[in-house]
Design a binder for this molecule. Structure first.
Ligand code: C2E
Ligand code: MG
Ligand code: MG
Ligand code: MG
Length: 286
C-alpha cells in the first residue's frame, strides 16, 4: 500500500511539475514576441518627501498586458527575461519609454520629476552600459538628473569593485543612483561607504511589521541612522499604513513609496495624480 501511495504521489508530483514547466514555457514563448507586439506598459508609483509630504518623483514599474492572461506582474516574467537575456531589450524599452514620457509630461506643462528605473543584474553587467543609457536619454533630450537608476543590493555587492567604478561613471554622466531592496543582501559597510550613490531603498519586508516588531523597527532605525551618517537619503518601500509612515517620519526617514501614498498607476493616471498634488499646493520639489 505504502509503495502504491508513494508511486501515486510521485505521479502527482511530476504532473504538477510538468504543468508548472509548461506554463513557464508558454509564458517564455509569448515573451519573445511581447516587445514587437507592444504588450508592455510602464506604471508609475509616486514617492513623497516624509518631511514636507510633497510629491518628489516616481518609480517606473513594468507590466505585461498579455492577450490571454491579462495584466502579468514583473515578478512572474522579469526572472524569465533575466534568464534568457530578453531583459536587455526589455530594459532598454523601459528606459526609452520613461524618457519619452518625461518629454511628453514636460510638454504638457507638468513640473520635472525624478523617475526611478530598475536595472537588472544582466543589464548592469553589460559592457557598454553607460554609453547605452547615455545614448537613450540624449535621444530624448532628457536631463540624466531626472533619471534614478535602481540596482539591488545583491547585484551591487557582486563584484563590488567593478560596481564602484560603474557607479562613478554613471554619476559622472549625471544620473542618480539608488540601492534597491536594501537589507536583503549582504552589504559590507566598507563598500557601502565607497559606493557613490544618492539613496538607499529599505526593502518592503522590513517596513511591513515596523510598527509592531521591535526587530524590524531596530533594523529600519539602524539603516536610517547609518545612511544619514554616510550622507545618503533613505526611501522606505511598501509603506501601507499611517502607523508605518509615522514611525518612519519620527526616525528621520527621508522619503516613502507605498500604497499609503499611491499605488503604481499608468502614465495617464499618474499625470492626474501630479496635477492633483499641484492643485493642493504641493509643488513637486524635484
Ligand atoms: P522593486 O523594484 O523593489 O519595486 C517595488 C515593488 O513593491 C513593486 O512591485 C511595487 O508595486 C511594490 N509595492 C510598492 N508599494 C507597495 C505596498 O505598499 N504594498 C505592497 N504589497 N507592495 C508594494 P512590482 O511592480 O510587482 O515589481 C516587482 C519587482 O519587479 C520590482 O521590485 C523589480 O525588482 C522588478 N521590476 C519591475 N519593473 C522592472 C523593470 O522595468 N526592470 C527590471 N529589471 N525589473 C523590474
Ligand atoms: Mg525598484
Ligand atoms: Mg525594492
Ligand atoms: Mg524587489
Amino acid at each position: 500500500h505504502a509503495k502504491e501511495a508513494g508511486r501515486g504521489q510521485f505521479h502527482f508530483y511530476t504532473e504538477a511539475m510538468n504543468r508548472h514547466t509548461q506554463a513557464k514555457l508558454a509564458l517564455e514563448n509569448s515573451l519573445h514576441n511581447a516587445l514587437e507586439r507592444d504588450e508592455f506598459v510602464v506604471y508609475y508609483q509616486p514617492q513623497a518627501s516624509l518631511l514636507s509630504g510633497r510629491l518628489v518623483g516616481a518609480e517606473a514599474l513594468i507590466r505585461w498586458r498579455h492577450p490571454e492572461r491579462g495584466l502579468v506582474m514583473p515578478d512572474e516574467f522579469i526572472p524569465i527575461a533575466e534568464e534568457n537575456g530578453l531583459i536587455l531589450p526589455i530594459g532598454e524599452w523601459v528606459l526609452r519609454q520613461v524618457c519619452r514620457q518625461i518629454r511628453a509630461w514636460l510638454g504638457d506643462g507638468l513640473p520635472p520629476l525624478t523617475i526611478a528605473v530598475n536595472l537588472s543584474a544582466r543589464q548592469f553587467r553589460q559592457e557598454d552600459l553607460v554609453e547605452r543609457i547615455r545614448g537613450i536619454v540624449e535621444e530624448f533630450a532628457v536631463d540624466p538628473a531626472c533619471i534614478e537608476l535602481e540596482i539591488t543590493e545583491s547585484t551591487a555587492m557582486e563584484q563590488a569593485d567593478i560596481t564602484v567604478e560603474l557607479f562613478r561613471a554613471l554619476r559622472a554622466a549625471g544620473f542618480c543612483i539608488a540601492i534597491d531592496d536594501f537589507g536583503t543582501g549582504y552589504s559590507s559597510l566598507s563598500y557601502l561607504r565607497r559606493f557613490p550613490v544618492d539613496r538607499l531603498k529599505i526593502d518592503r519586508s522590513f517596513v511591513l511589521d515596523i510598527a509592531d516588531d521591535p526587530n524590524d523597527a531596530a533594523i529600519a532605525h539602524a539603516v536610517i541612522k547609518m545612511a544619514a551618517s554616510l550622507g545618503l537619503k533613505v526611501v522606505a518601500e511598501g509603506v501601507e499604513t499611517d502607523a508605518q509612515r509615522q514611525f518612519l517620519q519620527e526616525r528621520g526617514c527621508d522619503y516613502l513609496q507605498g500604497y499609503w501614498y499611491g499605488k503604481p498607476m499608468d502614465a495617464e493616471a499618474f499625470a492626474a495624480f501630479v496635477r492633483t498634488a499641484l492643485g493642493k499646493g504641493e509643488m513637486p520639489e524635484a
